[in-house]
Design a protein around this ligand. Structure first.
Ligand code: 5AD
Ligand code: SF4
Length: 444
């Protein structure tokens, strides 16, 4: 029988990217192959994100474009998973009559069953249950051939209830995965040739809460550091309020732990931080950054910022700029605030005008560019260890990889070097990448 083809489109964050990879691996074990050409697909899955308004709009316009495909091929199965599926549920089936399946964030592992049901009965599937312990958390079949980097889920959901955030509603309560399972998965990945693991969770710093007697996050990092053949460890995301001295000292102690931390600050105004329910002040954040840099002077620090939170004044915004000037992040992801259903912030009055949000965002991004470029230029003339990921997507005659501090470096070299860690001299720095030259002894 002809092998069926699945096309998966992923919206949003690393968590979703990893969920899509899990979906792919599950379906591969049920005899599906992956296609990059949507016109050849027997199954189209959208793995969606609802963290911000813009992400959600993109999902609806993609769905609109799928109607033509279904008209051409009525046997095509279309499914929507992820956060929009979780949030919209039945409304999605109602709004999109040619949609076959809606599956929530805790139901990935049941996909083969759902597909089978659609094929056999033609019935439409809706499954958005959230569970106290998530079977899909543990589902992670073997990686693809020659995979160099892999995500590893260490926890799911979030209990922090930042007032603007939809995650606790669409990804459920915070659940940590037993360390035994995580270590087993990392060992299996290492045996398959994976060199770098990124530990994933909404707030990895609180890993272990709720599973009495198991490891803390720093202990987990120490154990992973001992696993042979794994050469690099990363993690994301960290909540500043839970960043412990033990975790900070891991950066000085563990040779495989890469010198990068993503530490979302969200705002530099204490009034806004309070209204956001972030539970730290700007001063406390700055002190933590100083401690991290003291433990690990080479560390790259990146962050997220929201502008135009309800009630944010010019003075609040200036406080955010002030914090950016003090911390000097390596890079920043910045967003205009958008109301999300069920969240506390969506009920707050004093919404900031969209034009004001746009102006603030542009001022902030222009200001940050200065620091990003300066930080990148500090690497010019220095030799950096690069894990080679393969040919560059924009120029396949060149190789691409990342520094330990997570900067993209492009350079000439043989594709045989893919998967190896090589020394590269940084020649030129740009805003989003660096250009390097490999040490000639590695060129052959
Ligand atoms: N509006 C704008 N940005 C948001 N984020 C989360 N919720 C919202 C929202 N309602 C941003 C935060 C978070 C990142 C993943 O998305 O900065 O860290
Ligand atoms: Fe959302 Fe806050 Fe949880 Fe991050 S910590 S996922 S911003 S509620």
């Amino acid at each position: 029988m002809k092998q069926k083809a699945v096309f998966i489109k992923t919206f949003g964050c690393q968590m979703n990217e990893h969920d899509s990879e899990k979906i792919y691996r599950i379906l591969r074990d049920h005899d599906y192959k992956f296609t990059e050409n949507i016109d050849n697909a027997d199954l189209v899955l959208l793995n969606t994100c609802s963290i911000r308004e813009k992400a959600e709009h993109k999902v609806y316009s993609s769905l609109g474009r799928l109607r033509r495909l279904k008209d051409k091929n009525p046997k095509l199965i279309i499914g929507v998973g992820g956060c929009v599926a979780q949030q919209e549920g039945e409304r999605l089936l109602h709004r999109v009559p040619y949609l076959d399946m809606v599956f929530g964030t805790h139901n990935i592992h049941k996909l083969p069953e759902f597909i089978h049901d659609v094929e056999q009965t033609g019935k439409r599937i809706l499954e958005t249950s959230l569970y106290d312990s998530v079977p899909s958390l543990g589902v992670c079949p073997n990686p693809r051939e020659k995979e160099i980097k892999s995500y590893v889920t260490i926890m799911q959901g979030c209990d922090n209830y930042c007032s603007y955030c939809i995650v606790p509603y669409v990804r459920g309560r915070e659940i940590s995965r037993p360390s035994r399972e995580i270590l087993e998965e990392v060992r299996r990945l290492s045996e398959k040739g994976v060199k770098e693991v990124t530990l994933l969770g909404q707030n990895v710093n609180s890993y272990g809460r709720g599973i009495a007697g198991d490891m803390t996050f720093p202990q987990l990092l120490h154990s992973i550091n001992e696993i042979d053949r794994i050469e690099r460890i990363r993690f994301t995301t960290s909540h500043p309020k839970d960043l412990s001295p033990e975790l900070i000292s891991c950066f000085g102690q563990l040779d495989k732990l890469c010198e990068h931390i993503h530490l979302p600050v969200q705002s530099g105004s204490n009034l806004v931080l309070k209204a956001m329910n972030r539970r730290y002040t700007a001063e406390e954040y700055i002190t933590k950054v100083e401690r991290i840099r003291k433990a690990c002077p080479k560390i790259g620090i990146t962050s997220d910022i929201i502008v135009g939170f309800p009630g944010e004044t010019e003075k609040d915004f200036e406080d955010t700029l002030k914090l950016i000037g003090i911390v000097k992040f390596n890079s920043l992801f910045s967003f205009k605030y958008s109301d999300r259903v069920e969240t506390k912030a969506s009920t707050l009055p004093e919404k900031v005008d969209d034009k004001v949000k746009g102006k603030r965002l542009s001022i902030l991004q222009t200001y940050q560019k200065l620091f990003t470029l300066t930080k990148n230029r500090e690497l010019e003339g220095k030799e950096e260890e690069i894990l080679v990921e393969g040919p560059s997507k924009t120029d396949p005659t060149r190789l691409t990889g990342r520094t330990r501090s997570n900067k993209v470096v492009n350079f000439e070299g043989s594709s045989d070097l893919t998967g190896r860690i090589v020394p590269v001299m940084i020649k030129r720095a740009f805003l989003n990448s660096l250009e390097g030259e490999i040490n000639t002894t590695y060129c052959s």
